[in-house]
Design a protein around this ligand. Sequence first.
Ligand code: IPM
Ligand code: MG
Length: 368
Amino acid sequence: MKNYKIAVLEGDGIGPEIMAEAIKVLSVIETRNDVSFDLQVAPFGATAYFEVGHPFPESTRTLCDAADAVLKGPVGLSHEESEKIPVDLRPERGAILPLRKHLNTYANFRPVSLPRGLAHFSPLKPEIVGDGIDIVMIRELVGGLYFGAKETGVNDQGLRYVKESLEYDESQIARIVHVAFKQAMRRKRVLHNIHKSNVLKSSVLWNQVLEEIAPSYPEVRVIHMLVDAAATHLCLNPCQFDVMVMENMFGDILSDQGGGILGSLGLMPSACLGDDKAYYEPSHGSAPDIAGRNIGNPYSMIGSVAMMLELSFGMLEESRNVWKAMQSVFAQGFSTPDLSRPGSEVTLINTDAFGDKVVEALLAQSVR
Ligand code: IPM
Ligand code: MG
C-alpha cells in the first residue's frame, strides 16, 4: 500500500471550514484505493501568529519538508485584525511568500474552468461563454516584484519614497516558460505569452527567453499579448485562450479576473509546483467576513485536492472522479451562496452540505 504524508495547513478565515470538506473527499479516495494518507495538521497564517507567535513556524516548515505534498487553506485577516500583527509577520508576507520561496514552487497552475453545464454561473453572456471556459493560467510564483528588494525612506526633498524592484534572471524565466510549453503540448498547442514589453525591460527579457525556447516546441503556436489587452480579451472573448503564461504579479491579477469571469473566486483551485516539492491551495483569500458561517465554497479546496491527486500522487482517474463529482453537485442544481444570482433556480446549500454531496456523488460512481 502506498502511504503519502500530507502537511495540512488549514489557514485562517474560512480555511478550516473548506479544508474539512477537502479531507472528507480524501477519506473516500483512501477507502477505495490501495493508498493511505497520513494527514499532519500544522499551524500556518494569522492563527499561527496568535497561537505560537509566527505565521510560518519552524515546526510547520519541518513538516512541509518531510511531506509528500502540502495542502494549504487560504490565510489572512480583516484589515482591522491584520493591523494587530507586525507588518512583516502578516500572513501574506510572513507565511505565503516564504512558503513559496522555501519550497521553490515556481510554477503556479491556476485553472480557469467552467464546463458548459456551469456556464450559467458566469456573469458573461451565454454567447460569450459558448461551450464553457477552459483556460490554464501559469503564473511564475517565486520571482518578480513580490520578491524583489524593497526600500523606503525620505528623499533629499524630504518626501517619503518607496522603491521595489522587479528582478528575473534568464534561468528563472526559462524554467517557467518550459513548464508552459509542455502544458501547451498536452493541450491545444497554443500558448498566450502575457507581457508588458512596451514599458517593462523585464518583459523584454522574458519575451527574448521565450522566443529562444520556442523552437524546441515547434508545434506550439505562440501568441504574444500585452497584459492590459489580455484583461480586456478575458472579458470579451475568453474562449480564445487555452494556456497563458505570465510573471508573478500579472498572474496574481489576471487569475483573480479569471475567478470573476467564472462567477466566483470560490471556483479557483491551484497547484504550486517546483522541481522537488508541490503545494496546493485555493487562489483566493480567507474571506474573513463570512468565516465561521458555513457558507464558503469548498470547490477551490476540493479542486486543489483533485490537482494534488493528479500531480503529486499520479492518481489521474480519481482526480477526474473528484472533478466530475463536484460538477454533478452543481448539475443537480445545488451551489454555495457565492454563486447565487438573482432569479436563478439554484438551491443554495452550506459548505458542509456541499462537501457531503460531493462525497455522495463520489460514492455513487462506479470505480473499476
Ligand atoms: C494569491 C494571493 C497571494 C498573492 C497573496 C495572499 C500574497 O493573492 O495567491 O493570488 O498575491 O500571490
Ligand atoms: Mg491573488
